[in-house]
Design a protein around this ligand. Structure first.
Ligand SMILES: Cc1cc2nc3c(=O)[nH]c(=O)nc-3n(C[C@H](O)[C@H](O)[C@H](O)COP(=O)(O)OP(=O)(O)OC[C@H]3O[C@@H](n4cnc5c(N)ncnc54)[C@H](O)[C@@H]3O)c2cc1C
Ligand SMILES: NC(=O)C1=CN([C@@H]2O[C@H](COP(=O)(O)OP(=O)(O)OC[C@H]3O[C@@H](n4cnc5c(N)ncnc54)[C@H](OP(=O)(O)O)[C@@H]3O)[C@@H](O)[C@H]2O)C=CC1
Ligand SMILES: CC(C)=CCC[C@@H](C)[C@H]1CC[C@H]2C3=C(CC[C@]12C)[C@@]1(C)CC[C@H](O)C[C@@H]1CC3
Length: 499
């Protein structure tokens, strides 16, 4: 630390000062600006969308003439993306500006909403709820974009019922390498439709997505059930995920090797008898994972009504549990009541303003990743993660995987229940080395599991192709003449491409 400038030293050791007194006020100014920007919603019409398409097509044709050897990616800067690492490839690939973030239409008849890919969950969900609708898989971080969730993957506590985010999408609009616009759905260009999810923008540029919508209700009636032992957590999770009639939402937080809290929820309009609604989204309310942990103290089953939007964004204020490393006193009542209204910190601003030292410290001493494994391997996997990482809490989110031909699908010919295991934090084992991730990836591969690619991978190309079925993807890449125009998925998610 001695060789660092004073500013660098302060930014690393007292980052909370910078975050609380500069970054949070900037976030609030950004929010005020977005209130004005909301008028965009009414401004976005089909016509506006058409204009945007020609703008993208012009850029692609220009690249095809001027730089045909340089493969393309979107111009969305790395600091805006919801990933911890920098996308190094943005610097040497040809950047196409695909920034479209409107709602094109809401169609109550077909129960779909057509959106442009840059719209975030934080903008889409409130607008839909105001119109009485919601999406089946509503992601819990405000800044995630629809394009990113289709091209990467997304899952939430309703995924045990509806599957991964893209499975609730019914139509994509894609601009291909030669600038053509393709529409695809289950009935039109069905193979292209199936190969787009998880292709990380390597088949074309997404310009519109149709998502199913379902009627929104006022609350989620959420039940908290403390459970001791991993065996019991696993067996209870299997029972609750198959009870689709009672459980619209299922999520498990594991707080140590032995104890966790299983949450099951149902969307409801409630009735007049509701005495207490826990508005967890209010600024002075405790961080959600701390609130859930409190059920381990009383060891009683709890039940409460939570407003729908508050439930959806329950992990947003504390960025799951990541904000505690940055503002360690952020959950203290004094902070919450005085400055809690400034939260949550904008991830993009945190990324943009982190110094190289902070980046390196995170790279060396911090772990952020998600693994998707068969539900019956919960106990075995958590034990392995405990030995190698010892990070708690652990996020467990069940998701159904269906058979298919895309990059990621159930290896069986029937639907299979999987769980996403999210590990975010500082490993508490002695001698932690980030390359240990490779061992974990091999462990997951052996269990016929997958990993989420937003954090990058140490797998080599052959292992990667064993984990993700490339047969249809390769064929579609050939048909759409992607070879010299777009990189392969692996070129974007391997460790050298993400630093
Ligand atoms: C992943 C992580 C992120 C953190 N982020 C913040 C933050 O944003 N703002 C804040 O005020 N405090 C943060 N902290 C806590 C803070 O950085 C440390 O308490 C402080 O740096 C210790 O300083 P030192 O001079 O005692 O130790 P040092 O001599 O600076 O370091 C001792 C050891 O700890 C490691 N280390 C130091 N700082 C970090 C760090 N930030 N991350 C990982 N390893 C580290 C060093 O590599 C070294 O091995 C973070 C801690 C961790 C683990
Ligand atoms: N609960 C959850 O499921 C969570 C998921 N995530 C992960 O975060 C990522 C989403 O974050 P977000 O910041 O929204 O997206 P990103 O900017 O990270 O984009 C993710 C990928 O999607 C591609 N992409 C995005 N928009 C388009 C488009 N219009 N056309 C073509 N390709 C496109 C990007 O291409 P390019 O490389 O060319 O820019 C990139 O490869 C996903 O990978 C997701 O798995 C993170 C947190 C929570
Ligand atoms: C629910 C799933 C599947 C994933 C959740 C991942 C999140 C916990 C991470 C996604 C982006 C991450 C970033 C950070 C923390 C963890 C995430 C929110 C930081 C805010 C950590 C501090 C750094 O300085 C900036 C990081 C930006 C990305």
């Amino acid at each position: 630390m001695r060789s660092e400038s004073l500013l660098e030293y302060l930014l690393v050791n007292y980052r909370w000062m910078f975050v609380v007194f500069f970054l949070l006020p900037c976030t609030v100014l950004g929010k005020i600006w977005s209130v004005f920007e909301k008028s965009l919603w009414s401004r976005h019409t089909g016509l506006e969308h058409e204009k945007n398409l020609s703008r993208i097509q012009r850029q692609i044709r220009h690249r095809n003439e001027q730089a045909p050897d340089q493969v393309m990616c979107t111009a969305r800067p790395s600091w805006r993306s919801m990933t911890i690492a920098d996308m190094a490839y943005k610097k040497y690939m040809y950047n196409i500006d695909v920034h479209l973030d409107g709602i094109v239409s809401i169609n109550a008849k077909t129960q779909t909403v057509r959106v442009e890919p840059g719209i975030t969950m934080g903008r889409l969900i409130p607008i839909l709820i105001e119109s009485g609708w919601t999406v089946p898989v509503a992601l819990d971080m405000e800044d995630l974009t629809i394009g990113g969730l289709v091209m990467g993957i997304g899952l939430e506590s309703s995924s045990h019922k509806f599957g991964l985010f893209h499975e609730t999408c019914t139509r994509y609009e894609l601009i291909t390498a030669n600038g053509d616009l393709i529409i695809c759905s289950k009935s039109v260009n069905a193979d292209i439709f199936e190969s787009i999810p998880y292709s990380y923008g390597t088949l074309g540029f997404l310009t519109a997505v149709d998502i199913q919508i379902i009627p929104a209700k006022k609350y989620v009636k959420l039940k908290y059930r403390p459970i001791r032992t991993l065996e019991k957590m696993e067996s209870r999770l299997i029972v609750e995920t198959s009870d689709l009639e009672h459980n619209d939402f299922v999520e498990l937080l594991i707080y140590n090797k032995e104890e966790g809290v299983l949450m099951t929820g149902k969307m409801t309009d409630g009735n007049k008898d509701i005495k207490y609604v826990n508005r967890i989204g209010r600024f002075y309310k405790p961080w959600f994972f701390k609130h859930v942990e409190s059920f381990l103290l009383t060891w009683k089953i709890g039940e409460e009504y939570i407003p729908l939007k508050d439930y959806y964004f329950r992990h947003n204020k504390s960025l799951f549990w990541e904000i505690q490393d940055i503002i360690p006193f952020g959950n203290h009542p004094v902070f919450r009541y005085l400055l809690g209204w400034l939260m949550p910190a904008k991830v993009a601003l945190l990324k943009l303003t982190q110094t190289d030292t902070i980046k390196q410290l995170y790279a060396k001493h911090h772990f952020i990743d998600d693994f998707i494994l068969p539900i019956s391997s919960l106990k075995k996997s958590v034990q392995q993660f405990h030995t190698i990482l010892n990070i708690y809490p652990i996020w467990v989110c069940p998701t159904i995987l269906r058979p298919g031909k895309g990059l990621m699908h159930s290896p069986a010919t029937v639907n299979n229940m999987y769980i996403d295991i999210g590990l975010y934090g500082e490993p508490k084992v002695s001698k932690y080395n980030p390359t240990i991730l490779r061992d974990l990836e091999i462990f997951v591969l052996k269990l016929k599991g997958f990993k989420m690619m937003y954090a990058g991978t140490y797998l080599n190309i052959d292992e990667f192709k064993t984990m993700f079925d490339h047969r249809l993807y390769d064929r579609i890449r050939q048909n759409l003449r992607c070879k010299s125009n777009f990189p392969e998925v692996y070129d974007k998610v391997n460790r050298k491409a993400r630093i």
